[in-house]
Design a protein around this ligand. Structure first.
Ligand code: ADP
Length: 158
């Protein structure tokens, strides 16, 4: 049986931290679906769903065993539709922990067949978030090594 995982998120926009997690996951799973959420708890994403999906697709096109898809509604329902039994999330600082734990427990309650697995990124991405990336580029900072070139271009255009 193929081991399929989904990696859900807002990806507003995708960063090298997300890609680092994806690379680690592809060493374990036969297929990893990067699932871009249409509806997000985060207010007013900077990029539209189409833009976020496009930037993800371009950023991971060289990664084997990764597919980019969009989804709407409950993530566990999308996972089931895709025959994924695993859900991947990234854990950075302790601040992620409470939120990620509540999410994992709720998803477990909604579908007991789907197991959440946490991955820790390389140290250089530990304090990297889409939010901080947006702020820094807005203020004219250079963070070339933390985001894919296509994302940097898109952010500057925004
Ligand atoms: P969400 O809106 O679901 O939190 P994000 O796109 O912000 O979506 O994040 C998706 C997942 O990737 C989350 O589990 C988040 O903790 C993780 N993540 C985000 N940035 C990094 C990073 N720099 N290193 C590791 N994991 C990360």
């Amino acid at each position: 049986m193929k081991k399929i995982a989904i990696y859900p998120g807002t990806f507003d926009p995708i960063t090298c931290g997300h890609i680092d997690i994806l690379k680690k996951a592809t060493n374990i799973f036969d297929k990893v679906i990067l699932a871009v959420a249409q509806s997000t708890a985060k207010q007013n994403p900077m990029f539209s769903l189409e833009e976020r999906v496009y930037l993800c697709k371009e950023s991971v096109k060289n990664l084997k065993r990764v597919e980019v898809k969009e989804f709407n509604g409950l993530v566990v329902n999308f996972a089931k539709k895709e025959n994924a039994n695993f859900m991947i999330r990234g854990l950075r600082a302790v601040s992620d922990f409470e939120y990620e734990l509540s999410l994992a427990l709720m998803n477990k309650k909604l579908n007991n067949d789907i197991e959440t697995m946490f991955f820790v990124p390389d140290g250089k991405y530990l304090y990297l978030s889409s939010t901080i990336v947006k702020q820094v580029v807005k203020l004219g900072g250079n963070i070339t090594d933390l985001i894919p070139p296509i994302v940097e271009k898109a952010l500057k255009e925004k």
